[in-house]
Design a protein around this ligand. Structure first.
Ligand code: ADP
Ligand code: MG
Length: 702
């Protein structure tokens, strides 16, 4: 069979037609026969087993049983109107409930009628029932390819309204597979499927839709996941190899006077061995003529700033300039004062450029940058502006990467005719699997060790009812000389409500911590920059005991004497943000605490988040949990610009082993044949072009 049949318009499949085709295209992006085949079920359910009604309990997953309708009646009224049918099989009876399509269903629920019922038992008012179960006439069960497990497909509200249910999609798959099975062209080279003992594509597609056995389903999933991740990695590695070949990086040949003198005379403490290792990695990158693109991950407080400083000194030692870009003005300013202090005894000139830098100062800065007199520039997005020109920019450090999009990274590149080395630092640990895909073209360094002497932060989850206990604890800590952050969420659709929460909270805190014994300052996004600065300074200088704030303090702020973090409405934050916030404390020598306040009513997911966050201080563990809980598309922080790949079957949180393996296999192939030119590689080339055309651009350029 020719490949064309898979390219055929979906409307030509028997049972589809123009109207359904329109919907399938719009709602599920299924345009062709091939698209349908690669529209995979999201779960499989054993339909060989029939339960007795007496065996059904509320904690069972999806189940099926057969029974006879005893009665059906309407209850409630208006929006609460529903249809309840009672069904029995002789061992007992159970209720079926519908909220929609009542009239239509009521007509079918005639007493005495026999049904195969399929659904998920739930408990309501201490009684087990099934809401919106699937009902089938036992005599008319549709004949499909025999399968031991039934597939379930995601559909949309619109599709359901047009009666394109999971079941209908299954029937379409049945028609299609009956027609094309055995004739679908293989998309992985025979040496790979053979060597790795992967299922063939025909077998895999058959079994993913109509599993012949649980084992064959597993094999099918593995093959399809492997293939998806393999081509993804092949594309990423191909691009990376190509970039390394084409772009020449500046060579930082020597470790010079500045670095040596800083290291030996001005370093306030011994580097951790993780910091040393990362510095070695950076030195290696920048000394070889390759252009460095490195992602530096390190949990909050792990000492990334110091690594940035020393890397920038290497650049300056070699006659280049360097810049450090931070996501907020507060953070940029703080970096500037830290660095100026650290480097004050050295002959390096450090400057600050932010949105609020005055024009006359700006003009001087621009001149100093162009002449090369200014060595290190620290700032915000303002650094990207067209008017900022360097004499010879050798290194760009981007702090807290997740706040910057890829586009901005690219812009920094263009500051020079030749691209500078780029070091991206993030405290949002990115699980390895994600780093290998989203940031797959970056090298990754990890600081996996905190500076010595840090005490682990003690975390606790309190319900609002324990507020008095909390206030008592806060008073005690303030009595010990500590400072406290109280953070409110500012994330909802309704900003007004959020600000009201914040203001109410501020009032209740000023009441519980009255002047003159206590000083409470407040910082939030709606304040004028100058007021914000004042509020912040009051806290940084130690005059304020409590800082009430929105998440503006989330990133980077360093007040070692602040040892208590209280997060209000913690259920409204995501895991990685909670972890970021917690990282604001635990920076000094004192025991630190983080209290997560929530209301008593919590969703299961929120409860799970509280359990995870109070159970560990390890950012990587938290990121992994987040990825598992929510999947890559929703990972906060890391993915502001959207997850760039549409994965049809793999899950980056769960399939990391397959991903590692696929990457390794892709690397082996590219090692031997970087351009995929050797005979026998046509299939790889063709598939890569089809699936990841962006990775194939090098062909046109070179
Ligand atoms: P982050 O990785 O979150 O940016 P910072 O660079 O702000 O962390 O460092 C956190 C704190 O740890 C700073 O006060 C810094 O001076 C201190 N620090 C960094 N490296 C070390 C070290 N090797 N030993 C002791 N303290 C260190
Ligand atoms: Mg930092």
């Amino acid at each position: 069979m020719q490949t064309d049949i898979l390219d055929r318009d979906i409307k030509f499949l028997a049972g589809v037609g123009p109207k359904r085709a329109e919907l399938l295209k719009k709602e599920l992006n299924i345009n062709t026969f091939g698209d349908l085949l690669f529209y995979f079920p999201y779960k499989h359910v054993d339909r060989t087993r029939f339960y007795k009604i007496s065996q059904i309990s509320g904690d069972l997953p999806y189940i099926q049983f057969e029974g006879k309708i005893i009665s059906a009646r309407y209850t409630g009224s208006g929006r609460n109107k529903r249809l309840t049918a009672s069904i029995s099989d002789g061992t007992g009876s159970i209720e079926l409930v519908w909220f929609r399509g009542l009239r239509w269903i009521a007509d079918l629920m005639k007493p005495g009628k026999q049904f195969v019922v399929y659904g998920k038992p739930t408990v309501f008012n201490n009684k087990v029932n099934l809401v919106h179960p699937e009902m089938e006439d036992p005599g008319k069960q549709e004949k499909t390819i025999n399968a031991s497990l039934q597939s379930f497909y995601n559909t949309s509200e619109k599709l359901k309204n047009s009666f394109i249910t999971s079941r209908v999609i299954q029937k379409l798959q049945n028609k299609l597979l009956t027609m094309v099975y055995g004739k679908i062209p293989e998309t992985l080279p025979g040496n790979i499927t053979g060597r790795l003992k992967l299922a063939g594509l025909n077998e895999a597609l058959l079994n993913i839709h109509f599993p012949q056995s649980p084992e064959l389903l597993k094999k099918a999933e593995y093959r399809l996941k492997f293939e998806e991740l393999f081509y993804l990695q092949l594309g990423i590695l191909r691009q990376k190899a190509d970039r390394n070949q084409k772009i020449r990086g500046f060579v930082f040949k020597r470790v010079g006077r500045l670095l040596n003198s800083f290291y030996h005379e001005h370093l306030p403490f011994e580097l951790t061995s993780a910091q040393k290792r990362v510095l070695r990695e950076i030195r290696k990158d920048t000394a070889t003529g390759r252009q460095m693109n490195r992602l530096l991950q390190g949990d909050v407080g792990s000492g990334k700033t110091l690594v940035a400083v020393m890397s920038m000194l290497i650049a300056v030692d070699n006659g280049f300039q360097a810049c450090l870009m931070a996501p907020t003005e507060i953070l940029a300013t703080q970096h500037y004062s830290t660095l100026s202090k650290m480097l004050e005894k050295l002959p390096v000139k450090v400057g600050l450029l932010t949105g609020s830098t005055r024009k006359n100062k700006r003009i001087v800065l621009h001149d100093q940058l162009r002449s090369g007199e200014m060595h290190i520039l620290i700032g915000t997005h303002a650094l990207i502006e067209e008017s900022v020109r360097f004499r010879q920019l050798g290194l760009v450090v981007i702090d807290e990467q997740h706040r910057f999009g890829v586009a901005q990274r690219a812009k920094m590149w263009k500051k020079n005719p030749d691209p500078p080395h780029v070091l991206v630092m993030t405290a949002t640990p990115i699980p390895r699997t994600l780093a290998m895909t989203v940031y797959g073209d970056l090298e990754v360094s990890v600081i996996d060790e905190l500076p010595p002497g840090r005490k682990a932060i003690i975390s606790a989850h309190y319900y609002d009812s324990k507020r008095e206990v909390l206030f008592g604890f806060m008073r005690k800590q303030i009595g010990l000389g500590r400072q406290i952050y109280v953070v409110y969420p500012l994330i909802s659709e309704s900003e007004k409500m959020d600000y009201k929460d914040l203001e109410d909270g501020y009032l209740s805190i000023t009441r519980a911590f009255p002047q003159p014994d206590y000083v409470v300052s407040i910082v939030h996004g709606k304040m004028k920059p100058a007021d914000k600065e004042t509020g912040m300074q009051q806290f940084i200088s130690g005059r304020a005991h409590i800082l009430v704030a929105t998440t503006v303090i989330e990133v980077g702020v360093d007040v070692p004497n602040a040892s208590v973090m209280v997060i209000e409405s913690a259920e409204r934050f995501g895991l990685s943000q909670l972890h970021q916030l917690r990282g604001r404390v635990g920076r000094g020598a004192d025991q630190s605490y983080c209290i997560f306040m929530t209301s008593y009513k919590l969703s299961n997911e929120a409860r799970q988040r509280m359990k995870t966050i109070t159970g560990t201080n390890d950012g990587f563990e938290i990121a992994e949990a987040d990825l598992k809980l929510r999947g890559p598309g929703d990972m906060e922080g890391t993915m502001q610009s959207g997850f760039p790949f549409d994965l049809k079957i793999s899950h980056l949180g769960k399939d990391n082993q397959i991903l590692e393996y696929a990457r390794q296999q892709a690397a082996v192939i590219l090692d031997e044949d970087p351009l995929l030119e050797k005979p026998g590689q046509e299939l790889l080339r063709k598939q890569l072009q089809k699936l990841h055309p962006e990775a194939d651009n090098w062909r046109r350029i070179s």
